[in-house]
Design a protein around this ligand. Structure first.
Ligand code: 5AD
Length: 375
């Protein structure tokens, strides 16, 4: 009986334009394994219907670990003086791009810390260099920048941008990000959407001070933002941060958040993140894939600097060559009755009618996103 009650709530959440806070909180408080199975089963069915059985691959290159920020959870924070800093050259990046291309992957993710003096023209040339020999999607994940920089990179050929909100709770946000502001974060997301990027956001689960209410708020933020990609991943404590002694994010809560994200945002691309593959030294990415996720991001950062991209400890796949990382994903997907999709995997609103979907979602206008984020 309990599970049919759960399904009624899930139906309501799935259908709602503005989900009810009490419904979200009720689901986030699930403790019973039967109810948990109903939740993940429902999310899995939504995933199958809206994005199908393919697992999309994104090849990630972490090209610099230099960062100006002091985010309280992140090992790259500038106060971590024990960490040797690096930045790859254009040629090193292009070599890694060729490896991604050689593996048949058609999305390149360029990620870095938030460098103070990142040269916008340098990055523009890297993007243009990639686009000159490769018809692959380029995704940037280089933090908060000016609208002008976002425009330059879009014009050079960047397609997508990832900028997690980390938490949508303004008080929590302030405490975790000294010197940064929630307003600038949302300004960036609005600029990116207005410039025509496919936009990704997301959060961390298990941050100190985070409550069920703030997680429900994150889900509402995802729904309002109409994001094309949403990454939900567990916090993992890093010794060289102020949160060193805090417990890691809870796996079950992370899985619940992924499932609810899928139910609320049926066409979004949702990764089984590397962090969920790293929690407590076990690879729990299959749990994410079974609860709504449809993307995996194999690491193509060159081996000699890879361990320096030290966001959190014990990063999964750090010791694997890219080829072995991709082979592991192939095995994981196949074992679950899924398959690895080597397509570009653009936002569904730009491509096709998803399996089982009646009509493509309307592209959200920039004004719409701006309004939505502040409502
Ligand atoms: N645990 C898990 N994820 C983290 N990130 C940063 N620090 C941690 C941590 N300690 C994530 C942030 C950021 C992404 C690049 O890495 O969500 O957006």
């Amino acid at each position: 009986m309990a599970s049919s009650g759960i399904e009624t709530i899930l139906e309501r959440i799935h259908a709602a334009e503005r989900p009810d806070r009490a419904d979200l909180s009720r689901i986030l408080r699930i403790a019973d394994p039967v109810e948990m199975a109903s939740l993940t089963g429902y999310a899995d069915a939504v995933r199958r219907r809206f994005v199908g059985n393919g697992v999309l691959l994104r090849g990630i290159i972490e090209f610099s670990n230099v960062c100006r920020n002091t985010c309280q959870y992140c090992g790259l924070n500038r106060r971590n003086t024990r960490l040797a800093r690096y930045r790859l050259s254009r040629d090193q990046i292009l070599t890694a791009v060729q490896n991604i291309c050689g593996a048949g992957i058609k999305t390149i993710v360029l990620q870095s810390g938030e460098e103070d003096n990142l040269d916008a023209d340098w990055l523009r040339e890297v993007i243009a260099g990639i686009r000159s020999f490769l018809d692959a999607a380029v995704t940037l994940c280089v933090g908060e920048r000016s609208r002008e920089e976002y425009r330059i990179w879009k014009e050079a050929g960047a397609d997508r941008y990832l900028l997690k909100i980390e938490t949508s709770d303004p008080g929590l946000y302030r405490g975790l990000h000294p010197g940064m502001s929630f307003e600038n974060r949302t300004r960036c997301l609005e600029d990116l959407a207005a410039l025509g990027y496919q936009v990704g956001s997301g959060n961390l689960v298990g941050l100190k001070g985070q409550t069920v209410a703030s997680l429900a708020g994150d889900l509402e933020f995802f729904k309002r933002g109409g994001f094309d990609m949403i990454s939900v991943s567990p916090f993992i404590p890093h010794s060289q941060t102020p949160l060193a002694g805090e417990p890691a994010g809870d796996l079950e809560m992370t899985v619940k958040m992924i499932a609810l994200t899928r139910i609320l945002c049926p066409t979004a691309h949702i990764p089984a993140s590397t962090a969920i593959g790293s929690l407590h030294g076990r690879d729990e990415r299959p749990r994410a894939l079974a609860a709504g996720a449809n993307v995996i991001m194999p690491n193509f950062t060159p081996g000699d600097v890879r361990r320096l991209y030290d966001i959190y400890p014990g990063k999964a796949g750090c010791d694997l060559t890219p080829q072995r990382g991709v082979a592991a994903v192939e095995r994981m997907a196949t074992a679950m009755g899924r398959w690895v999709d080597y397509a570009r995997g653009d936002a569904l609103r730009l491509t096709r009618t998803a399996p089982g979907q009646d009509s493509p979602r309307e592209a959200s206008s920039d004004a719409g996103l701006a309004k939505a984020l502040y409502n």
